[in-house]
Design a protein around this ligand. Sequence first.
Ligand code: MSP
Length: 682
Amino acid sequence: MSEKPKFYLTTPIYYPSDKLHIGHAYCTVATDTIARYKRLLGCDVMFLTGTDEHGQKIEDKAKEAGVTPKEFVDNIVEGPRGVKDLWKLMNISNDRFIRTTDDYHISAIQKIFKQMYDKGDIYKGVYKGKYCKPCESFWTESQLKDGCCPDCGRPVQDAEEEAYFFRLSKYAGRIQDLLENTDFLEPRSRVNEMVNNFIKPGLEDLCVSRTSFTWGIPVDFDPGHVVYVWIDALSNYITALGYDNDRYHDFEKYWPADVHIVGKEIVRFHSIIWPAMLMSLDLPLPKKVYGHGWLLLDGGKMSKSKGNVVDPYILAEKFGVDALRFFLMRTFPFGSDGNFSNELLIQTINTDLANDLGNLVSRTTAMVGKYFGGALPAGCGAAEDEKKLAASCAAPECVAVISASDGPEKFDGELIALAGALRNKYQEDMDAFAPHKALEEVFAVIQRANKYIDENAPWALAKDMQANGPRLAHVMYNLLEATRICGILLTPFMPESMDKLFVQIGAGADCRTWESAGVWGSLSDTAAVTKGENLFPRVDLDKALAQLEAAEEAARKAALPAVEVEPQLEETVDFDTFCKSDFRVVKVKDCVPVKKSNKLLRFTLDDGTGTDRQILSGIAMYYKPEELIGKTLVAIVNLPPRKMMGLESNGMLISAVHTEHGEEKLHLIMVDDAIPAGAKLC
Ligand code: MSP
C-alpha cells in the first residue's frame, strides 16, 4: 500500500500579551481550512499552532497585573476564554500545540543556540541601536520610518548592551537567491518588499540575546543573557516535532514544513531570519512561507492598545462558528488586506448561507419529502452520458450534446457539467492558497442549482405525477447530487454544518469523500432524504447590529477591573495635574439618540462660549433624550476630541456610577439651573 503524502503546516505561534481577536482567528481558521482540505485529499497532516510566551512585553504586563510572567501567560493560554478555549470553539483541528515555556522547547533552544555559537555563526559584541518594545524588534537607524518602528509606527528606544549576534549577513546571498529564484515566498508581491527593503540595503548581523530583562530562555553558557524572542519563537516549528528533544519524534517524518502561514508583518522573520537560522543549523528549508493580509477595522490594523479589536467569541456565539469561519474565508482575498465589519458579516451570512446554500438544501429536501415521501424512486439517478459529461469536466462538445434538447432537460447538462468540473477548479484554487476563489467556484454551482429549480419548476411537474414523476425524480436527484458535491468541498470551511447537510440529503460516508466529489452519480438514487433544521437562519441586520454592540460593550465592561464588586479608591493625582482638568457647567440645548447605537446620546450644549459644543455620552440606557433638554449638567471640556460612530465628541459629561444587582447604573450630575453655562468648577 502506498504511503500517504505528508503535509506539515503551521500558524504563527500567538503572543499571549492580550486576549486574541478576530485577526488572530482569521489566520488560524485559514490554516485549519487548509489542514482539513489536505486531510480530505488523503494526506497525513501535521498541523501545529501554539503560543510564543517570552519577551519584555509579557514581563512588563505581568508586573502591571501583579503576577509572575508564567501565571500571566497561563491565564491567557489555558484560562477561561483563553487561546486554547478559542481554538476549541472555532473547531480548530491542530494536531499539536506548543508553548514556548514548555520544558522540552526551552532545553532545545539552548542546544540550538549553542550549535549556532559552536559553528561560529553566533558571536559576542555590543548592541547599539533602536528597539521597539511592543514588537520585540531591533532596528537600525536606516530602517526606521520617520524615526519610529517601521512595523507598528510607535516610538523606539535607544539600546546599548553586551549581546550575542547572529551572522545573518553571511547568508544574505543565499537568502536573496531563495527569494528571487524560487517560489519559497508567496504571494510574489512580498518578495520585492523583502529584497528591496531588507536585503538590498545590506543585511546586518542580528542581535540575538538580551541582558536588560529576564523573561526569556537563558543562554546556558552565559548566564545573564536571554535568547532573543524571535530565535526562540521561530524554532518552535522544529522543536515541536522533536528537534533537539525527546518529547516528540516526528522531525524526520514531517520536516521540512510544507508551508508556514503567517501575517504580512512577520514575513520578514520567516523569509529572512528563519531560513538563515536553518542554513546555520544545516537543516532543510521549509517549502513555502505564505504571507496573508490583515483584517482591518475602519481601515486600520486591529490592536488592543488602539481599543479597536473585535472579539471572535461574541461573533461565534451570536452567528455560529461555521458561519464565522465561512465569512472569514469567503470575503477577504487571502493575500490582501480586507476591511472587517459586522454589516459585511451579516450580509454574507444572509446572501451566501441563508439565501443560496440554505435555500437550496431546504427547498430540495422539502420537495423530496413532499413529492416522494423522503426517498426518490430507484432508477432516477445519473444516466451514463451524464456521468461521462461530469467526468470530462465540461468539455464544450459534451455540454452541447446534453444540452441539445429543447426541453428543460437541456439545463441538466449545464448543471452537471459545472458540478463535474468543480472539484478540479477548487483544487487549483486551494493549492494556490486562494480559498476565497475556491468558495466562489462552489457558490457558482450552488447558484446554478437554485436557478435549475426555477427552470424546472418542480411544483408544476408535481401537478401530474403520472406523466412527470420520472422527470421530477431526476430533477430532484440532480439537485441532491450537486448539493452533495458542494457539501464535500465546503467541509473544510464548515465541518459541523456539512455533517448536518449530509444527513439531510442522505449522503453516507462513502459519498462524502474527495474521490466521490469527482464522480457524478455517487449518491444512491434512493437515499433517505430528510428536511432537518434550517442550517443557516437569516439574520435581522438591525437587530443583530444592536445586539452585537450591546454584547461588545458588556464584554468591555467585564474586562474592566472589578471595581463594581469592591469599590477602591483611585490612584492619587497631584494637585497641579488635577487643576488642569477643565470642568464647566453646560446647558442641554438638544439631545438625540445616535443612529444604530443603543447606548449613545448626542448632546448639543451651551458651554458659555457662544459656540455649541457636541458631546456624545453612553447613557441612552438610563435617560430618554427629550427629558434631558434644558437640564444643567457638568462636563470636562479639555479632553482631546474623540470619534464615536462617525461623530466627534468634544469632552465628557460627568456622571455618578454605581452598581445595582450586578448592573452598572449611571446618573448624570445635574446642578442648580441658576448657575450660568460656562461657569468653571473649582
Ligand atoms: N508571536 C509572533 C509569531 C511568532 S511565529 C514564530 C506573533 N504573534 S501575534 O500574536 O502578534 O500574531 C500572530 C499572527 O496573527 C500574525 O501572523 C499576525 O499577522 C496575525 N494577526 C494579528 N492581527 C491580525 C489582523 N488584524 N489580521 C490578520 N492577521 C493578524 O506575531
